[in-house]
Every structure is written in C-alpha cells, then in structure tokens.
Design a protein around this ligand. Sequence first.
Ligand code: ZN
Length: 107
Amino acid sequence: MPLVEREIQVLKAIAEGASYAEIAADLILAHATVKNYAHSAIKKLGARSQAHAVHLAYQAGILRRERHGDHAGYAAHLYRGEEPCDLCKAGERAYRNSRRQQRKEAA
Ligand SMILES: [Zn+2]
C-alpha cells in the first residue's frame, strides 16, 4: 500500500529530527495521531525502526534529498514553481559563466 501524504509528512519531519510533539504542533494534529502515522509508515515500508523507515523512504525515492547550489538545483526550484534560493542562484551564475567560457573557447 502506498504511503498517504500525512505519513510522508511525518516521516520527513522525523528525518529532519523533529519529535512527535513538534510534528503534532507543526501539522496541528494530536500526538497520538502523529504516532499512528509514523507507525503505519514503518509498517507499510516493512521497516524495523523509525531510522530504518527513513532510510527506506529515501532509497525508494518517497523522500528526496533536495539539491541546492548548482544548475540542477536551480532547475528544480523552477520546476517546483519557486523562486530559486541564493545558493542555487549563485550556482546557476557559475554554470552560465562556464558555459559562456566553453562557447568562447570553442569559437
Ligand atoms: Zn536551492
């Protein structure tokens, strides 16, 4: 069974080091509800622990590491409809400069 959005949100927060209490406050859920989502996510992933569930979710691409600071990160921001962060803007500038340099050398 695929993970529901809430299970993914809870797992992502766990991966970022949040406690059940913090997650409950952030998502405006009861503590017990957060615990239930975490446990159902662990069960669905066939994991043995929270840490194992986080690992499996990354491996499976359910949780994705966001990339920043280069052309790929910049493109990902645009794809998500966001304003690129400063790190990605700087990476994009460097990428464009190196492309320009390559074109100059090729000419
Ligand atoms: Zn970025």
